[in-house]
Design a protein around this ligand. Structure first.
Ligand code: ZN
Length: 64
């Protein structure tokens, strides 16, 4: 766990541009970098195929 660090040590470099983060945009340095990171999450999320129940072939399911 890294949460045991002292509060004074909580300031971390922005994960996007490595500038010091600001309290208002923690852990990012700016709202812009926060949005960039959010966009990354969305982009990665879209690579995960969504399983739609309508696509399930019922003939593949074990019958009674
Ligand atoms: Zn930044």
């Amino acid at each position: 766990m890294t949460d045991s660090q002292k509060p004074e040590r909580r300031m971390r470099p922005c994960p996007i541009c490595s500038k010091l983060s600001t309290p208002g945009n923690y852990p990012f340095c700016s709202d812009r970098c926060a949005k960039i990171d959010l966009n990354r999450w969305f982009t990665e999320g879209y690579t995960i195929p969504v399983v739609e129940t309508d696509d399930i072939d019922e003939s593949d399911l074990p019958g009674d």
